[in-house]
Design a protein around this ligand. Structure first.
Ligand SMILES: C[S@@+](CC[C@H](N)C(=O)[O-])C[C@H]1O[C@@H](n2cnc3c(N)ncnc32)[C@H](O)[C@@H]1O
Length: 272
């Protein structure tokens, strides 16, 4: 949008040197930021939770798209730059200073909300696991649009048979649809990180009936914990699992990564 100063100027004016400890790699390319903000679909008038707005590059793009953004940022140095955005888009932005891992996100919204974030790797994965483990399904979030290291993005969307397929793929796909929305080159960030990135987009689907999330989690933990072993060995620690394999016609000589997400769901259902 016209009227906003270039992001590089905002950073210089507020002295926002990127902090390595906070995993800060900023995006300045406003066209790229607009493309990321378009991934969740039309955001006009919709509530959005943004984690880690930093100097506000992605925040601007979300505001331009008409979203009503609630943003949680840990680095107090960024707040003056974000306050300028609050002024430029009256009534559209609320900023909360704090650690996103400590905030109850659902309590910030009265209606379902989309999540959009460019986060440091470890925080992003921890939050992703929390969002995907929501007790109520469908959850309060309508979609997750998240930047990850390319290798983590691959693990989230992986299909059976691939080397990156594991617990994270099953968790992200058993009651959601997860797709790789966009690859982002490391040179798009300032400073550039060592590795490539990608945006993953996740939407909840119908939760399979009569499947205990706890049992599903226990199964994938045991199976992928010893992914090179045959299931008859790796699943020994889960009571009833070997019999359940046979009951649904899965050869116990197979290995964890050969079972599809649907196979794990069927197995968990048999045990639930
Ligand atoms: C990779 S930078 C992205 C900044 C900006 N969204 C962009 O795309 O240019 C990550 C941001 O997350 C913030 N951050 C890191 N850990 C956080 C946490 N636990 N809770 C909230 N924000 C966090 C950092 O301070 C930083 O502003």
């Amino acid at each position: 949008m016209s009227g906003l100063p270039p992001l590089r100027d905002v950073i210089a004016r507020h002295g926002l040197s990127a902090s390595k400890a906070l995993g800060q790699n900023f995006l300045f390319d406003e066209q790229l930021l607009d493309r990321i903000a378009a991934v969740p679909g039309d955001l006009a008038g919709r509530p959005v939770l943004e984690i880690g707005p930093g100097p506000g590059g992605l925040t601007r793009a979300l505001l331009r798209a008409g979203a009503k953004v609630t943003a949680i940022e840990r680095d107090a140095r960024c707040l003056p730059a974000l306050a300028e955005l609050e002024e430029a888009f009256p009534g559209q932005l609320t900023v909360i200073e704090g650690d996103a891992l400590d905030v109850d996100h659902d309590s910030l919204f009265d209606t379902p909300y989309a999540v959009v974030a460019n986060l440091p790797y470890n925080v992003g994965t921890a939050l992703l696991v929390d969002w995907l483990s929501a007790k109520a399904w469908p959850p309060a979030w309508t979609s997750l649009t998240l930047m990850f290291q390319r290798e983590v993005a691959d693990r989230i969307v992986a299909k059976e048979g691939s080397g990156t397929y594991g617990r994270l793929a099953v968790l992200a796909q058993w009651r959601s649809r997860a797709s790789l929305a966009m690859k982002v080159h490391r040179s798009a960030f300032t400073p550039p990180p060592k590795v490539m990135s990608a945006i993953v987009h996740i939407e909840p689907t119908t939760m399979p009936e009569k499947v205990s999330p706890t049992i599903l989690s226990r199964l994938t933990e045991a199976a992928f914990g010893q992914r090179r072993k045959m299931l008859r060995q790796s699943l020994k620690s889960v009571p009833g699992a070997i019999a359940a394999l046979e009951a649904i016609g899965i050869e116990p000589t197979r290995r964890a990564e050969t079972l599809s997400v649907a196979d794990y769901v069927a197995l968990a259902k048999e045990l639930s």
